[in-house]
Design a protein around this ligand. Structure first.
Ligand code: ARG
Length: 444
């Protein structure tokens, strides 16, 4: 073992220990690792890091990137250098001036811009290497750009193209490509590119599976300042934009994310997290930060005829690992179904006298961690404030059910849950009745 790798071991080990301490078993981490490894490595993830993170959390960042490396993943990192540029340009006699949010960059300042961003780049690359990771420094040569408004903004460019050769070569060689937001014009002039525009151009071209924003807060925050775990744009975007507590910064961020995801496959997602939470965010269902997906609309189906029975049956079978009994739909006293547009999550309710009974709640394995089940649940309980359901002892979703219910009663192999019941004297009798319902799934 070389001196370098021996020194490198403890930081990566710390990241693994940190990750494992959040895991109940290794199943989730293996699933995600398989999913991420199947991709061409340049399509795994684009990670955007602000300059402030490199100033303030360099160790955590380097460790997180080295950790991904150690499990064979090569994310593409795009970093800014806002605070570093402010200081360096100020020192060089170019105090910060902005127009429409863009940094005015006189051509005489370009030498300082280039040197500063290159230094930030090399610092990050070196830090990753010090942790035993493999990273490739690519400070320029990727973004083709044209000047936006030379008279007003100076050397500020908007990307017109992305040269992937350098990036793909590094990723395929197992090195994390680390890029700055410098571009060049067709006549070879170096330009400063806004980091969001650079990420957008890169993402549009690469169509990555994950886009990660590493920030100081590490999540989008709700009204009470608590992290929002998931945002399903199809069902949540308009609602969030209508809230007065969503401030200007968050509004812009949500719009930017929506713009990114609208041009990507449905399977792609954005995560907002912190360097020290990156592994947990990527390798667990629960994550650590905010996961944003384009998501699926949820349809409310009011007649059995309007429900695609084959797809529903396939969803239930995949979700429970057991099939519906034949004739299930014939004997069901169908009430409602809430189904996502691609049949990846569903809740089916039946009538039990005057009570709404949740007969099936199913989420595809591949959709766990997306917040899709949560979105269906939200629609369900809005529809049925008073709701009963049951589950077997070993159902992995029970923890969620216990948290979501008002009371739970054990009856034989079943636990019967309810929320919203106002007449508690009905509980024992309803619990008996529900526990006695015939099984609807084939035995395993
Ligand atoms: N590990 C999964 C992913 O990276 C799920 C993350 C869930 N994260 C969350 N904040 N709810 O796509």
């Amino acid at each position: 073992m070389s001196e370098e790798t021996r020194l490198a071991r403890p930081p990566v080990r710390a990241a693994i220990v940190e990750l494992l301490s959040h895991m109940r078993d290794g199943k989730e981490i293996r699933e995600y690792l398989n999913r991420f490894s199947e991709l061409d490595q340049e399509r795994f993830a684009v990670i955007k890091v602000g300059g402030a993170i490199i100033e303030e959390q360099l160790d955590d960042l380097a460790r997180a990137l080295a950790f991904l490396q150690s499990v064979g993943l090569a994310p593409i990192v795009v970093h800014g250098g806002g605070p570093q540029l402010n200081t360096a340009l100020e020192d060089a006699g170019f105090p910060e001036q902005r127009k429409d949010g863009l940094r005015i960059t006189p051509s005489e300042a370009m030498g300082t811009v280039r040197d500063t961003l290159t230094a930030v780049n090399v610092k990050l690359v070196q830090a990753v290497r010090d942790c035993g990771g493999r990273a490739a420094s690519i400070p320029s040569g990727v973004f083709e750009a044209e000047l936006v408004d030379e008279a007003g903004l100076g050397r500020v460019g908007e990307p017109t193209g992305v040269r992937l050769d350098l990036v793909a070569a590094a990723a395929q060689a197992g090195q994390a490509p680390i890029l700055t937001c410098l571009g060049d014009t067709s006549d070879g002039r170096l330009v400063n590119i806004n980091a969001d525009s650079a990420v957008r151009a890169l993402v549009g071209r690469l169509q990555p599976y994950k886009i990660v924003f590493l920030t100081g807060t590490g999540a989008l925050l709700d009204e009470a300042g608590a992290p929002i775990s998931t945002v399903n744009l199809a069902t949540d975007f308009d609602e969030l934009m209508g809230k007065d507590w969503v401030d200007g910064g968050m509004r812009l961020k949500l719009q930017e994310i929506k713009r990114l995801l609208d041009n990507l496959p449905l399977s792609s997602s954005v995560s907002i997290t912190r360097p020290d939470h990156l592994a947990k965010e990527l390798f667990t269902h629960a994550g650590a930060g905010t996961l944003v997906r384009r998501g699926e609309r949820i349809e409310e189906v009011t007649t059995l005829a309007a429900l695609d029975l084959d797809r529903t049956a396939a969803l239930v079978a995949e979700s429970f690992g057991r099939s519906l009994k034949t004739g299930y739909f014939d004997t069901l006293d169908f009430d409602r179904a809430f189904v996502t547009e691609n049949y990846r999550a569903a809740a089916i309710t039946a009538r039990l006298d005057d009570t709404v009974y949740l007969d099936k709640f199913a989420v595809m394995d591949a959709a766990r961690g997306e917040g899709l089940g949560g979105a269906v649940w939200k629609r369900l309980v809005a529809y049925a404030p008073k709701l009963y359901w049951r589950s077997r002892r070993d159902n992995p979703i029970n923890e969620f059910y216990f948290a979501a219910c008002d009371s739970a009663i054990k009856r034989g192999e079943w636990t019967v849950f309810q929320r919203g019941e106002t007449d508690l004297s009905r509980l024992p009798q309803l619990a008996e009745q529900i526990a006695a319902l015939p099984a609807s799934l084939e035995d395993a």
